[in-house]
Ligand binder design. Structure first.
Ligand code: NZQ
Ligand code: ZN
Length: 401
């Protein structure tokens, strides 16, 4: 059994109307001058932004705002935020939005706290973050889990590289989780978010080492909860309990708890999906759904028993009369059926992409950091393997690869 460390310092404030506590929470965290950071129009349209600004005023906090964060958040916006924060003497960032806004907030916070270097160096792993402005989040979409994770993912428009930075310094001081704030989400975003949540646990679950029974059990329960409630939200987007289950699963799935004793997890699908996000600006969760089945079929033989456990404990597929391999394949099909039932893609075509051989080579070249690294823990994969998985997801026959 592997040793592990778990660090989850984020205060979670969960439930109806909790966003109205933002001012008090910022004051308790020592903030005086706040940057309210947000995305496109959704927080303006719903009236959330106005409500948040009002509660900051009521608490006597001064603030400035910066919107315009796009999904797959861009480095240029981060630079804009860093300059603004320095000019205005900001000492706290309040992210009002989803993973993109929270990640952009973390990047701005790193940039301000590490003024002698280009913040992008943290994302290319040239050096580590030495600090970060304190961040709080009012989460408006259950998906990325950035509110409780140590990561931030940013896209550099110069080369369209999407890269992540991991540091405890950027972890949110607080996360406000009000499921009602997610009612206004388009169905595609709700369901993409559900896939992302599921995948944050699956990336940790599919490893090829001995794991802990208690962590496996919690992971399988989380996966079942997400699958059950994601289906409910297809027909009942205003179902509070389903929204709440998904939202809490989102934070639990990526705060490290589901990875205890798993040696860090696999993360291949995330690496492959990040390149798709960087080059084609596709929605993160949908990209994961589009790639997962191809990855699973490519690697399952490394440990069919683990895939069979997934099939049995998550989907109730009995192993009786079937070998591990058949059960494993039935589990892969069951997850793809689930993706289809929530109108998520199971290949790149469903994601709106039809890649050329050159594009696949470029994706794999970037993902392998120009052929200098392998990825994956369930099975270690090199650049050629990455190409093959992209080809499979692209619908190319194996004999052509
Ligand atoms: O920009 P607005 O107008 O707010 O619209 C957003 C955006 O178009 C919309 N939206 C969000 N809340 C809404 C809403 N629309 C209506 N009502 C609401 N309540 O949804 C769209 C997607 O928002 P985004 O923040 O991009 O979603 P998500 O939370 O899925 O974040 C995706 C980003 O997070 C990264 C992804 O790679 C991607 O860049 N990730 C970050 C992680 C982390 N930091 O730990 C882990 C993840 O694996 C992931 O990589
Ligand atoms: Zn993700």
């Amino acid at each position: 059994m592997r040793n592990f460390e778990l660090y989850t310092p984020t205060r979670v404030v969960f439930g109806k109307d909790t966003h109205l506590q933002a001012g008090q929470l910022i004051k308790a965290a020592g903030g005086h001058k706040v940057l309210v950071h947000y995305g496109g129009k959704s927080a303006e349209k719903s009236g959330l932004l106005e409500q948040v600004c009002k509660v900051l005023e009521e608490e006597g906090l001064s603030y400035i705002s910066l919107g315009g964060v796009k999904p797959n958040p861009r480095l240029s916006k981060v630079y804009e935020g860093i300059s603004l924060c320095k000019k205005e003497g900001v000492d706290f960032i309040l992210a009002v939005g989803g993973g993109s806004v929270i990640d952009s907030s973390k990047a701005i916070g790193y940039g301000v706290a590490n003024p002698d270097h280009d913040v992008w160096e943290l994302y290319t792993r040239v050096r580590n973050a030495e600090g970060c402005l304190p961040i709080g989040a009012i989460v408006t979409i259950a998906a990325a889990g950035s509110e409780t994770s140590d990561s931030s993912v940013i896209t550099n428009e110069d080369g369209w590289l999407k890269r992540s930075c991991h540091s405890d310094a950027g972890r949110c001081r607080f996360a406000v989780l009000n499921p009602r704030l997610t009612y206004t989400l388009p169905q595609y975003q709700t369901e993409s978010g559900c896939v992302d949540i599921l995948m944050h646990t699956m990336e940790r679950y599919f490893v090829n080492i001995e794991t802990m029974e208690i962590v496996d059990g919690m992971s399988e329960a989380l996966m079942q909860t997400v699958i059950y409630n994601a289906r409910i939200l297809m027909s009942e987007p205003g179902n509070y309990n389903a929204r709440a289950e998904i939202m809490w699963a989102g934070s639990l799935s990526h705060n490290g708890l589901m990875g205890c004793g798993t040696g860090g997890g696999d993360w291949t699908c995330h690496q492959l999906a990040h390149e798709l996000g960087g080059m084609f600006d596709v929605t993160h969760g949908a990209a994961l759904a589009a790639i997962w089945g191809s990855w699973a079929r490519y690697v399952y033989e490394a440990n069919p028993e683990r895939f069979a456990q997934f099939a049995t404990n998550v989907f109730g597929i009995s192993c009786d009369g079937m070998d591990f391999e058949k059960t494993a394949l039935a589990g892969i099909e069951a997850l793809e059926d689930f993706f289809r039932s929530i109108e998520m893609p199971t290949d790149l075509k469903g994601l709106g992409l039809e890649l050329t051989d050159e594009q696949i080579q470029e994706l794999a070249f970037k993902c392998s950091y120009e052929d200098t690294r392998t990825i994956g823990a369930f099975r270690q994969l090199n650049r050629k393997d990455m190409e093959k998985i992209y080809h499979m997801a692209n619908g190319n026959s194996i004999s052509r690869i």
